[in-house]
Design a binder for this molecule. Structure first.
Ligand code: ARG
Length: 463
């Protein structure tokens, strides 16, 4: 007969390859702490319903505590042959307490047990991501504050468009990552529904009070349907989507930084501590952190696609395919945590090349729209103004001049509406400060955005 916990109906030992193939220990070892907590909550129900005596419950709880200590000091070595961490914990109880240990799995299945431990673990990891996101959001506000006086080209189609304050850029990312934070907080709602007591699929006898379990585990409520409890992995998808959103934002930011730190752009300097060199070219200082951030985005996208693919076409109920969920989640969350930590440091230490920017900002017709706006204020319809300025730009191109060096007489060749104040308008600070609509790039609008962002962070305490 098989020696497995479930070996009763088996007459042969499990094939060794199958044993390895079906084990999830490498991944669900990370559920250890959560499984001990959930096992205790389950145990308290067994005690309250007199399935185990008070003395047995105390013994079981004591052994669970002892096991946690052994895990903490590294003396507990789980056995791969036992399939997963849940079976390892049960085996430990049985080895220590014999028949009393054998009672722990009464009224519970690994199907509800695994989801419970997984949800608790995900919640924990999500909270770490939330705290790191908050740190990042503060860094972005600080960067916006420090660079209020830096004006840089804003781009559309990666072509120079209009001047913006560098703060506008950082505050744009603040908005993006703030939405990620809000999404994560929202999706905790579903994670906080606890399946324990759903059994294998049909619920459990013995009068287990699932509401008490939810309370003890600090969850919102028990899941409403026992079958959904064990079949559902939407909560993994939700969080994977949020993690993907974070990575997509980082990947786009990385792309900007990789371009901006190139000699051709030279807008930004990274600190030596956050760059690496080349083994052959002594002059190199490479933005590897940003390249790897962009590169690692693929893994996190892979986890989401992997999870969607795993769930697609699964019949209702628990299927072993679902065991794949943990690896996919941990791969994604480990990556995002690492990316957050290193990117916060990189962001905090990067600096703008102010001199170079103040020179570059006057090249590339960035003020063309401002000249059209000028003509509109003098009474010309915008579409006509657009066409007049188009001709001025063409003239500049043909005569190899920048807009900012044109003389009053040259402007007059294109329209009588130009007065001598046009020359004083050809200034990037005038341009940015004219864009004072709510959320715009004027100093006033930027300061409002910074104030609002700081206020929001102050109110957005906790996880
Ligand atoms: N390690 C498995 C998992 O994570 C345990 C569930 C096994 N359940 C079962 N009915 N065989 O999914």
């Amino acid at each position: 007969m098989s020696e497995k916990i479930w070996g009763g109906r088996f007459s042969e030992e499990t094939n060794l390859d199958v044993e390895k193939f079906t084990s999830s220990l490498q991944d669900d070892i990370h559920l250890f702490k959560a499984d001990i907590l959930a096992t205790k909550a389950h145990l308290h129900q067994l005690r309250d319903k007199a399935i185990v005596t008070h003395e047995e419950a105390e013994n079981l709880e004591g052994v669970l505590d002892q096991l946690q200590k052994e895990r903490d000091n590294g003396t507990f070595i789980p056995d791969d042959k036992l399939e997963d961490i849940h079976m390892n914990i049960e085996k430990y109880l049985t080895d220590k307490l014999g028949d009393t240990g054998k009672k722990i799995h009464t009224g519970r299945s690994r199907n509800d047990q695994v989801v419970t431990a997984f949800k608790l673990t995900i919640l924990n990891r999500v909270d770490t991501v939330i705290l790191l996101l908050k740190e990042l959001l503060v860094s972005l506000i600080n960067k916006a504050e420090q660079n209020k006086d830096v004006v840089m080209p804003g781009y559309t189609h990666l072509q120079k468009a209009q001047p913006i304050r560098a703060s506008l850029y950082f505050l744009a990312y603040h908005e993006m990552f703030l939405r990620d934070l809000e999404k994560l907080k929202f999706f905790k709602k579903f994670l906080r529904e606890v399946p324990l007591g759903a059994g294998a699929l049909a619920g459990s006898p013995y009068g287990i009070d699932r509401f008490k379990i939810a309370e003890e585990l600090n969850m919102r409520q028990p899941t409403a349907n026992s079958l959904d409890s064990v079949a559902d992995r939407d909560y993994v998808l939700d969080i994977l989507y949020c993690l993907n959103s974070i990575m997509l934002h980082f990947s786009r930011l990385s792309e900007d930084m990789i371009i901006w730190t190139s000699e051709e752009f030279g807008f930004v300097k990274l600190s030596d501590a956050y760059t690496t060199g080349s083994s052959i070219m002594p002059q190199k200082k490479n933005p590897d952190v940003y390249e790897l951030t962009r590169g690692k985005t693929g893994r996190v996208v892979g986890s989401l696609i992997g999870m969607i693919t795993t769930l697609k076409s699964l019949p209702m109920g628990y299927n072993r395919d679902l065991q794949e969920d943990k690896h996919l989640f941990f791969e994604a969350v480990d990556t995002v945590e690492q990316v957050l930590r290193v990117n916060i440091g990189c962001l905090n230490t990067l600096e703008f090349n102010r001199e170079l920017l103040s020179d570059k900002i006057n090249k590339g017709y960035l003020l063309a729209t401002d000249i059209a706006d000028y003509l509109v204020l003098k009474g010309m319809p915008f579409r006509e103004a657009h066409s007049v300025v188009g001709k001025i730009v063409r003239y500049c191109e043909d005569s190899h001049k920048d807009l900012v060096v044109l003389s009053y007489d040259e402007f007059r060749q294109f329209s009588d509406l130009f007065c001598d104040d046009i020359l004083s308008k050809l200034n990037v600070f005038c341009s940015v400060d004219s864009r004072d609509s709510y959320g715009g790039t004027s100093l006033k609008s930027i300061e409002t955005q910074i104030d609002n962002a700081r206020l929001n962070m102050a109110e957005n305490k906790g996880v």
